[in-house]
Each structure stands twice: as structure tokens, then as C-alpha cells.
Ligand binder design. Structure first.
Ligand code: HEC
Ligand code: HEC
Length: 265
């Protein structure tokens, strides 16, 4: 091989390497945008298109038990006038609704509606009677900074039913307060706002938003399996973005090393 040829192979290898890096990054980006949950629109009920979409879902899946005008159907389901976005969010995202039939207590089950459908039907019901709305923060943003205070508040307000560490427990008349493992931050917040079934509702006066968030931080810390869930948010983006950044940095470093080894060979 002449010197010139060798230089050309080297250049070609470098270009190929750079192309591979480019493709890998595009792939990672595309994968990420597919995997990340759709952002939830806080003021969805102001968007007539989303409200109409929610009405369609309601008419298909909820109307038989809750009535054509949300007024409820005797022996089938209660009125939903004024229950608000938080209650709908809680019931549908924990899979309790749409209910399959009458039981003394609707069990948590795999969610039937997609997150977008949950938002739409919540917007529709919110637009027809108002009620308590969800906060604009989501996920890790709903974890307060003081889980120790959250623990005290939990022992005072929740432990009588859910046990000291959220293990759950039996209540009277065959009902139970469920264990809180695997329940998301948004669902815990929605449960406190809406007070499903035998659970009391915790208004802003009873527990301020900061107190609710500290309780969430505590619940997540005792139910996540490890006591340090980690994920100190980068610029408030949460652990998901953190994982993503670590992933990209890792991939780039790996590719860099590969290219370097290739160039040396
Ligand atoms: C098979 C009947 C049935 C269907 C279908 C059904 N529900 Fe329900 N729903 C019920 C019953 C019964 C309750 C009361 C549950 C309880 O007390 O635990 C309820 C309770 C609720 C609540 C709580 C109300 C409150 O007072 O906070 C909401 C919100 C709700 N349903 C929304 C929906 C939505 C949205 C759909 C459609 C996606 C739906 N439901 C479909 C029977 C049904
Ligand atoms: C009087 C008893 C009682 C108290 C006090 C209580 N809960 Fe509950 N909680 C319940 C019951 C009962 C349910 C199940 C509701 C249903 O099946 O619709 C529940 C459900 C939940 C859920 C949903 C769990 C799941 O599996 O989807 C969460 C989260 C929750 N409670 C959090 C709390 C928090 C946080 C507090 C304190 C601020 C609290 N609860 C106080 C009785 C209680």
C-alpha cells in the first residue's frame, strides 16, 4: 500500500465511523421520543377538540353506568357531575374505570384507556360540572423535598388505613385500603384530591400542596424497593431525562473508544 492509499483508507474509516455515530444518535433520539410519555395538557378542558374526543370516549365506554348527562344510573354508577378531573384521572389511570361490573370495591387493574384518552375523558367531565383539577406538575416533580416530614404527615393522615409503610390493610365491611406499591406520583396526588370510596378527601386546607408532595416523597421512598429512588432532577426534568443523558453520554464514549481503537489498528 502506498502512503496515499493508506491515508485514504484511514480517512474512509473515519468518515464511516462518524456516519455510524450520527446514525446511532438519531436512532437513540427517535427511540427516546417514542418511549417518553406524551405530555399531559394541564388545561385540556379548554381545548374543544380534546373535550369532543373525551365525549366520544365517554359515550362509548362510560355512558351505560354513568348516564347520558353524567347524572348516574340507578344501581349501576354514581353521578359524575362535579367530581372533577382529579377523580376521573384517579379512576381511569388506576384501571378501576371503566368498571367491569358491580363489586363492593372496584379493584385496581391494568389501565384500559391510554394516557391521551384519560386526559380527554377527564377534560370532558371537567367541562361538564367542574370540580377538583390535577396540578400542572407531573411525575417526579410531585415528590417533595422533605420525605421525613412526609412520613410524619403520612402516619397522622394515612397510616390508620394504609399501614405505616403503605402496606395497606383491611377496613370494615369487606373493604380494604390497598397497598401503595407501584402507584405513581400522579395517582397518589389524585387519590388525596379525590378521596375514592372510603378514603377521605384531603383539601388544600387539610394538606397544602407542599405537604401532599412530601407525603408522595415518603410513599415513594418506602415502596420503591430501594430506599433511595435517586433521580435528582436535572433542571427539573426528572430521572427519565437523567437516564437519557447518561445513556447518550455512554454511547458517545463507547463509540469514541471504538473509533480510536479502529484508527490505531
Ligand atoms: C359497569 C359500570 C361502570 C362503567 C362502565 C364505568 N363506571 Fe365509573 N363507576 C361505577 C361505579 C359502580 C362507581 C362507584 C365505585 C366505588 O364506589 O368504588 C364508579 C365511580 C366512578 C368515579 C368516581 C366518582 C366519584 O364520586 O369520585 C369516576 C370518576 C368514574 N366512575 C368514571 C368513569 C369513567 C370515566 C368511565 C368510562 C371510561 C366509567 N366510570 C365507566 C361504574 C361504572
Ligand atoms: C379511612 C381510610 C383511608 C385513609 C385515612 C386514607 N386512605 Fe387511601 N385509600 C383508602 C381506600 C379504601 C382506598 C381504595 C379506594 C378504591 O378502591 O376505590 C384507598 C386508595 C388509595 C390509593 C390508590 C391505591 C391504588 O392501588 O390505586 C392511594 C395512592 C392512597 N389511597 C393514598 C392515601 C394517602 C396518601 C392517604 C393520606 C393522605 C390516604 N390514602 C388516606 C382508604 C384510606
Amino acid at each position: 500500500m502506498t502512503k496515499k492509499q493508506r491515508a485514504r483508507t484511514k480517512l474512509r474509516r473515519r468518515v464511516a465511523g462518524l456516519l455510524a455515530l450520527g446514525f446511532a444518535l438519531i436512532g437513540v433520539g427517535a427511540g427516546y421520543s417514542v418511549l417518553v410519555p406524551e405530555p399531559q395538557t394541564a388545561q385540556a378542558q379548554d381545548d374543544p377538540a380534546i373535550v369532543r374526543e373525551g365525549e366520544k370516549i365517554y359515550n362509548n365506554t362510560c355512558i351505560s353506568c354513568h348516564g347520558a348527562n353524567l347524572e348516574g344510573v340507578k344501581d349501576r354508577g354514581p353521578s359524575l357531575v362535579g367530581v372533577g378531573e382529579a377523580s376521573v384521572y384517579f379512576q381511569t389511570s388506576t384501571g378501576r374505570m371503566p368498571a367491569m361490573g358491580q363489586t363492593s370495591q372496584m379493584p385496581r387493574k391494568p389501565r384500559v384507556l391510554t394516557p391521551a384518552e384519560v386526559d380527554a375523558v377527564a377534560a370532558f367531565i371537567q367541562a361538564n360540572g367542574g370540580g377538583v383539577e390535577m396540578p400542572s406538575e407531573h411525575g417526579a416533580e410531585l415528590r417533595g423535598e422533605d420525605p421525613a416530614r412526609g412520613g410524619e404527615l403520612f402516619r397522622f393522615n394515612c397510616a390508620s388505613c394504609h399501614n405505616f409503610t403503605g402496606r395497606g390493610g383491611a377496613l370494615s365491611s369487606g373493604k380494604e385500603a390497598p397497598a401503595l406499591d407501584g402507584v405513581t406520583e400522579d395517582e397518589i396526588y389524585a387519590a388525596m384530591l379525590s378521596g375514592p370510596q372510603n378514603m377521605p378527601r384531603f383539601s388544600e386546607r387539610q394538606l397544602s400542596p407542599e405537604e401532599k408532595k412530601d407525603i408522595i416523597a415518603y410513599v415513594k421512598s418506602v415502596t420503591d424497593g430501594n430506599n433511595n429512588p435517586g433521580g435528582s432532577p436535572i433542571g427539573g426534568l426528572g430521572p427519565q431525562s437523567e437516564g437519557f443523558i447518561a445513556f447518550v453520554v455512554g454511547i458517545v464514549a463507547l463509540l469514541g473508544v471504538t473509533l480510536w481503537i479502529g484508527a490505531k489498528a
